[in-house]
Design a protein around this ligand. Sequence first.
Ligand code: FES
Length: 120
Amino acid sequence: MALITFSSLMHKDKTVYAVAGSRTQTVLSLAKEHHIPIDFGCGDGECGTCLVKVSSVDAKRSPMGGQLTEREIKVLRELGHISQAQIDKMYVDDLCPTQWRLACQMIVRDEDILVEYPSK
Ligand code: FES
């Protein structure tokens, strides 16, 4: 069981439980389930609307999440949130090289995280 805290300037922080190891639940689907207003468009890793910032609630365990998906890499590059050097490092370290993620692509894992999303 993981604790996911959603945070935004315009909304009160909300912490929810996520079932770890489902391998299919995305941060966006969890947010929708709990009525957390993360903006989204395509829901398929192509538009970048669901951009969020993900960090560890335990400073000893960062960076968080698994590797970026190919779709995340493409969109994050277009948005200027990741460099080729960071991408190369990800394949060597097997760690996510950035806090920027697409909520519709990031799968919830067994780790407590803070998800910051833009206010609308
Ligand atoms: S909703 Fe379009 S990339 Fe996530």
